[in-house]
Design a protein around this ligand. Structure first.
Ligand SMILES: [Zn+2]
Length: 327
């Protein structure tokens, strides 16, 4: 995505960076290994610090040349059937990016290179918490460039059957989600969080992905969900009444909180934090991507802006307090 520097300058006439939030990256590189949810294959991944205005980019270390770079951009989202999968112009893919993107959003990381040796981000425990932990272990540094956010200027909404999604102007970033499943283990759940004031880490990041016993069997027969297990997903039994995981749920409404986690990650593919209210009803990765496409298709619907520290628009206040300055 092209950065509109004209808009950025107009929205911060003071041009002093002392009164705006600045971009952030990792203090040091950090790595992990895990399995791909669908491939079941072992994956090695490393999160590396990156220069200001780099954004979030994946680099497939098992692919040679320019084609190895896959930008974490809404425009590169190509397959949303099971997860959000990015595919670059050379056809190189990185799948299941949403939980990692959610952690990067929650930790306010603007710039990061993610080296990965497979076409799928490791599923870890099915939530964003292990990625959040990695970022916290690596540490976070502020950079000299101002952080830019995307302010929603007018309401954009999509309705697709009984699924709905909308973005509405708002001072900060808030998410409301509603789900409704026939399974009595889930049934109707609703969750709202003002991420400008609430705690992404404690309220959202630990919610795991979920699936139904019979669907997992079906996916396996199609060569998918090979890495899926009770270690990385909440699984509901074939009667739809019981959670099969021995330890039960992490939150009583873990299912809808995971949908919020997914939406935060999918929306971070906008390339910057969104200042607006997101409302999803039975929405998923496909509609989460379509709402970004509709937003960016209408240039009167959004604008880049800078964010003053401590303002209502400063998203995610549950950030580590001790930040090292980095020029
Ligand atoms: Zn998910």
């Amino acid at each position: 995505m092209t950065i509109d520097m004209t808009t950025l300058r107009q929205s911060s006439p003071a041009a002093s960076h002392s009164n705006v939030l600045r971009q952030r990256t990792l203090k040091t590189a950090i790595g992990c290994t895990g399995v791909g949810l669908h491939s079941g294959a072992k994956v090695t991944m490393a999160l590396l610090p990156a220069e200001p205005d780099t954004g979030i980019r994946f680099r497939r270390v098992d692919i040679a040349g320019r084609g190895a770079i896959v930008p974490a951009s809404w425009a590169a989202v190509n397959d949303t059937r099971m997860n959000s999968c990015l595919i670059n112009e050379d056809g190189v893919a990185v799948g299941t990016v949403e939980h990692l993107m959610s952690a990067l959003a929650g930790m306010h990381i603007d710039n990061c290179i993610i080296e990965i040796n497979a076409p799928e981000v490791p599923v870890m425990d099915g939530s964003a918490a292990p990625f959040l932990f990695l970022i916290e272990c690596a540490g976070v540094v502020e950079q000299s460039a101002p952080r830019r956010a995307i302010r929603v200027l007018k309401r954009i909404a999509i309705k697709d059957g009984d699924r709905e999604v909308s973005l509405t102007p708002s001072a900060g970033f808030s998410v409301k989600f509603e789900i409704d499943f026939a399974s009595t283990a889930i049934s109707r759940q609703e969750f709202s969080i003002n991420l400008s004031r609430g705690s992404f880490k404690s309220e959202v990041s630990r919610a795991r992905t979920f699936g139904f016993e019979q669907d997992i069997a079906m996916l396996r027969s199609h060569g998918l969900a090979r890495g899926g297990s009770l270690d990385n997903a909440v699984v509901i039994d074939s009667t739809g009444t019981k959670v099969l995981n021995d330890d039960g749920l992490r939150y009583t409404d873990e299912f809808v909180r995971h949908k919020v986690l997914d939406a935060v990650g999918d929306l971070y593919l906008a390339g910057a934090p969104i200042l607006g209210h997101f409302h999803g009803i039975r929405s998923g990765h496909a509609l989460n991507n379509r709402i970004l496409r509709e937003l960016f298709a209408d240039t009167s619907a959004w604008a880049y802006t800078t964010v003053a520290p401590g303002s209502a628009a400063a998203p995610f206040t549950d950030l580590p307090q001790a930040l090292a300055a980095n020029g």
